[in-house]
Design a protein around this ligand. Structure first.
Ligand code: PMV
Length: 335
């Protein structure tokens, strides 16, 4: 009988974005970030020991990132000195469109990290796995595959601080899911895979004349976002997340090479949302990752009205309704 492990790991949406690295090899971010873990947008990964002498990775629904995944498995063996551990056969699938700004690398690379560790330690649930590696250690391993993946190891609201050196980075849960019932209505403007990978974008940021101004503001902005989170003040948090998203996209648009992830509909949508808010019709704010799709953040009590209003003004647009989630899960499947 072969033991198979199934991991479900969530995506996360950053309220304060990580963009730019001080050291790419060590995945040392230029700034601190803060995110909300999602509930339904996730990667489901199954893993088992392979009976041929190589790692196999099947990404259902997307051909990109296969090389990145295989490299990550090899990197983990090296970091953990587990070179003699068996080769793995891994199949992975997202519950949402891939690589278009719903942070598929966050869910994908965190799921892959947990899948490898589960197979190598033969842990049948997260509690058992945590006897071998702490949640924080697993988050640091995940961020080596994709920075934002480190924040997917916990539910609720999670921060990642660069610390004074690359070895002193801090990843931790700020609040669990019960702290604040926020929702995320993801407006799918386009589900095409993005043209520029985020790894290239992190490098290009340093060439933007706006990047140093962004970095100078971030510690204060992060502190204000934390305060708004503590006080569950969406008026304050909403303005901060919009500013941060637009600030990151301005850096992207002025980097070398420059990248514009916005589609005309993205701009149309955010102008519409701001107008609705200013007219007192909606209590919802936007953020946008490295893609054209818009994440509309609101409180649970405003969710139905927000969805209804979007559907009326943008008939036919695809929406994914998500909310704050409780983090990854791991199960053993016996064939
Ligand atoms: O994790 P990466 O290297 O794909 O970078 C993603 C960065 C953003 O999603 C744009 C922002 C963030 O903090 O998640």
């Amino acid at each position: 009988m072969t033991d198979r492990y199934q991991i479900s790991s969530p995506s996360n949406i950053a309220f304060i974005k990580y963009w730019g690295k001080k050291d790419g090899n060590k995945q040392w971010p230029a700034n601190g970030s803060l995110s909300m873990t999602l509930n339904h947008s996730k990667t489901i990964t199954t893993a088992q020991v392979n009976n041929i002498d190589q790692d196999e990775l099947v990404l259902k629904g997307s051909s990109s990132n296969q090389e990145k995944g295989i490299k990550h498995i090899q990197r983990m063996r090296q970091i953990l000195r587990l070179e003699s551990m068996p080769f793995l056969k891994i199949t992975t699938e997202n519950t949402f469109p891939t690589a278009c700004g719903i942070a598929s690398s966050a869910s994908g690379l965190s799921a892959l990290t947990l899948a490898c560790l589960a197979c190598w330690t033969r842990s049948k649930n997260l509690h058992e796995l945590e006897k071998f590696y702490s949640r924080e250690q697993m988050a640091h391993l995940s961020r080596m595959g994709s920075g934002s993946a480190g924040r997917s190891l916990w539910g609720g609201y999670v921060s990642w601080e660069p610390g004074p050196s690359s070895e002193e980075q801090i990843l931790k849960q700020e609040f669990d899911k019960a702290h604040w019932d926020l929702c995320d209505v993801i407006v799918i403007i386009s589900s095409e895979e993005k043209a520029q990978s985020s790894s290239k974008g992190h490098e290009a940021a340093w060439e933007s004349p706006l990047f140093s101004a962004r970095l100078a503001q971030l510690p204060y902005r992060l502190q204000q976002a934390r305060l708004a989170l503590i006080e569950r003040d969406l008026n304050a948090l909403g303005d901060i997340i919009e500013q941060d998203a637009l600030d990151m996209h301005s850096v992207m648009m002025t980097g070398v090479p420059k990248a514009n992830y916005f589609k005309p509909k993205t701009s149309e949508f955010i102008s519409w949302l701001r107008t609705q808010r200013h007219q007192g019709n909606l209590k919802a704010w936007f953020t946008i990752d490295a893609g054209p799709n818009v994440h509309v953040i609101c409180e649970r009590r405003d969710l139905d009205r927000t969805i209804k209003s979007i559907k009326e003004s943008f008939p036919g647009v695809e929406l994914i309704t998500d909310d704050v989630g409780s983090g990854p899960t791991l199960n053993l499947i016996k064939d």
